[in-house]
Design a protein around this ligand. Structure first.
Ligand code: ZN
Length: 172
């Protein structure tokens, strides 16, 4: 089932999420729905708070843009940032309206620890596009968006645009 995506400035996107306990059938269904929602958007990653669920689970696929699917579900992911800082070019987010994009500083390599849907431990190093996606999605679990990483000037220009649009909506 395709789920509704929560968009900025919805306050639910600013909350820190709770760890997932037992992997129940509901969690499995949510993971399947999140993947379906991500592919339909289309996007390369989606975090549970983006569909209104305040739990530490993300889905991602760093092959989605190459039409060679590599779906992943990560439960309670923890990152250690490693290597050099790099610029993630024109990053965007399904929860940030107007398809707004900006360059964001990220790390080139991360050590990822998480569990998969079978409860198996994941401990691996991600690089390149996968590293950028997982940093972006894990930020969501701590209530952060990529626009929290851009300059104050860019952010205030964007917020002005959003406010104008919301005012227009409520007036109409
Ligand atoms: Zn996002």
């Amino acid at each position: 089932m395709i789920l509704d995506i929560v968009t900025y400035p919805d306050p639910r996107l600013k909350e820190a999420c709770e760890p997932v306990g037992e992997i129940t059938p509901e969690i499995r269904q949510l993971a399947a729905d999140m993947l379906e929602t991500m592919y339909a958007a289309p996007g390369v990653g989606l975090a549970a708070p983006q569909v209104g669920r305040n739990i530490r689970m993300i889905v991602m696929d760093d092959g989605a843009q190459e039409e060679q699917r590599r779906p992943r579900v990560l439960i309670n992911p923890q990152l250690t940032l490693e290597g050099e800082k790099i610029v993630s070019k024109q990053e965007g987010c399904l929860s940030v309206p107007f398809n707004y994009r900006a360059d964001v500083t990220r790390y080139e390599r991360v050590r990822l620890r998480a569990r998969d849907l079978d409860g198996a431990e994941i401990d691996e190093v991600l690089t390149d596009f996968a590293a950028i996606i997982v940093q972006h999605e894990c930020d969501h679990l701590d209530g952060l968006l990529f626009i929290d990483h851009i300059s104050r000037l860019r952010r205030s220009l964007y917020d002005t645009k959003i406010k104008k649009c919301l005012k227009r909506k409520s007036a109409g």
